[in-house]
Write a protein that binds this ligand. Sequence first.
Ligand code: NAD
Length: 369
Amino acid sequence: MSIVGIPRECTRALVALTPEGVDRLTARGFTCLVEERAGERAGFDYPSTVSRQELWEQADIVLTLDPATWPAPRPGTVLVGLLGESRPAAVDAFALERLPRISRAQSMDVLSTLGTAAGYRAALLATERCPRFFPMLTTAAGTVPPARVLVLGAGVAGLMAMATARRLGAVVTGYDIRPAAQDEIRSVGALVLTPPEVERPECDQMHACEQPEEVLSRQQQDLARAVAASHVVIGTAAVPGRPAPVLVTRAMVEGMQPGAVVVDLALGNCELTRAGEVYLHRGVHLLGLRDLPSQLPYSCSQMLARNLAAYLSLLAPGGTLNIPWEDELVSTCCVSRKEPHETRPENPLPGHDPGASADPIGLSAHLQP
Ligand code: NAD
């Protein structure tokens, strides 16, 4: 039976396995070792914990959500979780951010979990910065019109941001290059801003293709009026493995009303975004925050723990490691093998450009020298 280690994450407030997850894995035959204070920032308490040294010496499998947490795993172990660009030596490592978005992998889809948390937080952060009420109010002091929110990109994070802003009472408009996204935008109660006609808007059901410059500039023209009329813009437009498309230019930001808010989740949808910073540009709040899931650590850890436990069932059915190497969910996620001769070649995401920044949530930032 395998021993699963859950370390205290280094920079993130999350934890890879909650106490409920520990119970579930224990019932499946695993032994779980949790590092001291691992759940402290997420609000979880574990009946028993071990030191980091004990965890390093005993765990066969380590679950982690931050590449900086377990930089030098014990040779021969298995590392599973959010690994960013990390390629640890002499271990079998599985980076779950590489999972294909197919129905069999839904329960393991860590990116959907992160997107859900980030989209929700983005809408809340916008309400905190926005100097207006989100809902329409009829009061003795007169009628207050609702805030207008524009969300760019209608994937997981975008739809969650739209739904949250709607629940808070704003008038929400959604925008996505994929025609299929229009029904999804309507389904969360938002209005649709129709994108320009383009030849190949989508690579598949879930992802847009990278668009040529001329399409992006047509998009910018269409968007200019909508951005100027919005009190909040939330940017979530992204193409896997590519830099985020710039949809909101400096001129558009300067055309927004003072007090307007731009939350750029994709860290690149707005020309003026500075990753990791919040600042004012001519009265407009620009938020380029990394790691929003750590601002919702309890719920996000619960969801991630279920994603990781589902993946673990694949690697260790019945509680003992028996990795099905030929399975596409395994081969796509595997970023290093413990046997040197078996080391996989670089396994880029679909359409990955090694020079491009494909890490808007800042996972690889922890690895910079
Ligand atoms: P997703 O792939 O589910 O959705 C992206 C959407 O953008 C897709 O619907 C796609 O069609 C759309 N899109 C692509 N190009 C477009 C264009 N030119 N115009 C309009 N729409 C376009 O991704 P997601 O899970 O929703 O995540 C969205 C972004 O948020 C990603 O960049 C992700 O890395 C980032 N994110 C940030 C944080 C954070 O803490 N800052 C956390 C989670 C996710």
